[in-house]
Ligand binder design. Structure first.
Ligand code: PLP
Length: 496
């Protein structure tokens, strides 16, 4: 039996195949593709515990991407999870101060986005081939910092694709920006916008749903797709590492088969934690899904009250990849807790568009009892990095620190001491300035790469290749545009 995909807003529930959903990215009606049902894991956890990352990924992907052949999937997986990663384990677990940190930052751009974006280009090219697509695929991406570089690295030089990345000019870390603007590859284009991430994301979504633009592109031999976490081809590969983490704990006898664990995820667009939710629904023994926010705590408020309200000040924090007020993937959860009801979801999303907020019903809220929301202030985030370093010598990045602090809050509040996996979403080297400043304010006036070497020394970790590479790399992209000029800039790049 195959799994198909429907849009969260389509009253007719028109089904498309996985490959079609991956190619489209966003549904025509502006909704997101969701699976018609969530498949159950069909291999015993104890057997998965004996498998490599690549093999576990296959066992998960085959259940969701049912129109791909075994050969197609293994090809995609082997091209993605190879020596681009600096460890054979791909996603190792590190125990520190009572929790297991699932290090998702060993790929080419040292953030967790690599876990999905190293495979997405292969899934997309395979999908294009399966569906006899002749057009070149143009990837449009809005980034809060990490998606951009990971998508550029994934798509650079991939034949039949072009990629345009929009980032908030003043809303990413210095190292994130340098990583993007030094990107090589004729098929890549990086554009700063005079606005924030939400504006970048809204601009991209508008281009996706512009029928006139679609026709114009088609005439020139192009079609858009998305590398943002709204693409189901990003979400599915993320489910794999939760299954992998659980089965590693099992292999190391930290837990017994069937024991429940908790998962803590530092959250922005709600993609990573949604993948954990799907993993739980596949039968992986996860108890609580702990959703950690920074001072942009729109999700914390949502879990407390059932009201999602983006009408508030947008904060720039030291965890910029979570500086988001419109968490796109929450729409998928809303659809599911409404009983897979596109009408209810479409109404709420219309309300979000027009009033900036919506309220879910009591019945829907009752379906959220496996979620726990928490948030941290900037000071708490910094203090968490410092405390963990002083106690254990382990250095975590600012995003992971948001999660670690919320986990401590959760334990204090509930006394729940189940084994817990914290998604460690970025290498501390990606946010060196904020991390070193948290450890000791004396570092605040040092230059970025001096801090990089200092961090390597303090943490006894080698400077990752991704950072070494940009030390002396040339800036190749310096375009900055107004929010209103995003679309003309895309057309200019494509020569239309
Ligand atoms: C993207 C990102 C997040 C947020 O992930 P979502 O899937 O958008 O919730 C957290 N931390 C880092 C380092 C990221 O790059």
């Amino acid at each position: 039996m195959g799994i198909n995909y429907v849009s969260t807003r389509d009253l007719n529930k028109t089904e498309v195949k996985a490959s079609e959903a991956i190619l489209k990215g966003l549904a025509d009606d502006g909704g997101l593709f969701v699976p018609t049902s969530v498949p159950k894991l069909d291999v015993a956890l104890t057997d998965l515990a004996k498998m490599s990352y690549q093999q576990v990924a296959y066992e998960v992907l085959k259940l969701f991407l049912t129109d791909f052949t075994r050969e197609e999937l293994t090809n995609c997986i082997n091209r993605a999870y190879d020596s681009k990663f600096d460890t054979e384990e791909i996603a190792p677990l590190t125990y520190a101060d009572g929790a297991y940190f699932l290090e998702l930052f060993h790929g080419s751009t040292i953030a967790f986005k690599d876990m999905a974006l190293s495979i997405l280009p292969h899934l997309m090219i395979t999908s294009a081939r399966k569906n006899n697509i002749k057009n070149d695929i143009v990837i449009l991406t809005a980034t809060s910092g990490d998606t951009g570089k990971a998508a550029l690295a994934g798509f650079a030089g991939v034949e039949g694709t072009k990629i345009v990345v929009f980032y908030p000019k003043n809303g990413v870390s210095a190292i994130q920006e340098k990583q993007m603007v030094t990107q090589k590859g004729d098929n890549t284009h990086v554009v700063g916008i005079k606005g924030n991430f939400d504006q970048a994301q809204t601009g991209v979504k508008q281009m996706f749903s512009d029928k006139g633009l679609e026709a114009k592109l088609d005439g020139a031999g192009y079609q858009f797709s998305s590398a943002n976490s709204i693409n189901i081809g990003r979400l599915v590969p993320q489910i794999a590492y939760y299954v992998f983490a659980y089965t590693r704990l099992l292999a190391e006898e930290k837990i017994a088969d069937g024991d429940l664990i908790n998962v803590v995820v530092p959250t922005g667009n709600f993609g990573n934690i949604l993948a954990a939710y799907y993993a739980k629904n596949m039968g992986l023994p996860i108890d609580k899904l702990i959703c950690a926010s920074n001072e942009n705590k729109v999700l914390y408020d949502f879990f407390m009250t059932g009201e999602y309200d983006r009408n508030r000040e947008f904060m720039l924090t030291n965890s910029p990849s979570m500086d988001i007020l419109i968490s796109s993937n929450l729409e998928r959860l809303i659809y599911h807790i409404a009983g897979n009801d596109p009408a209810v979801n479409a109404d709420l999303m219309a309300s979000l568009r027009t009033t900036g907020k919506y309220q879910i019903t009591k019945e829907m809220k009752d379906h959220l009892d496996s979620f726990f929301g928490g948030y941290t202030t900037e000071d708490e985030t910094a203090q968490t990095i410092k405390n963990l370093y002083e106690k254990t010598g382990y250095i975590i990045d600012t995003h992971t620190a948001v999660a670690a602090h919320v986990y401590n809050q959760y334990k204090d509040k509930t006394g729940d001491d189940k084994p817990t996996v914290i998604a460690s979403t970025a290498s501390p080297f990606k946010f060196t300035r904020a991390v070193m400043g948290a450890i000791d304010p004396v570092y605040e006036n040092e230059e970025d790469f001096v801090l990089v070497d200092k961090l390597s020394e303090l943490g006894s970790v080698k400077v990752p290749n991704a950072i070494e590479e940009i030390r002396s790399a040339k800036v190749l992209h310096d375009t900055v545009v107004e929010v209103d000029d995003m679309c003309p800039e895309v057309l200019r790049f494509l020569g239309i």
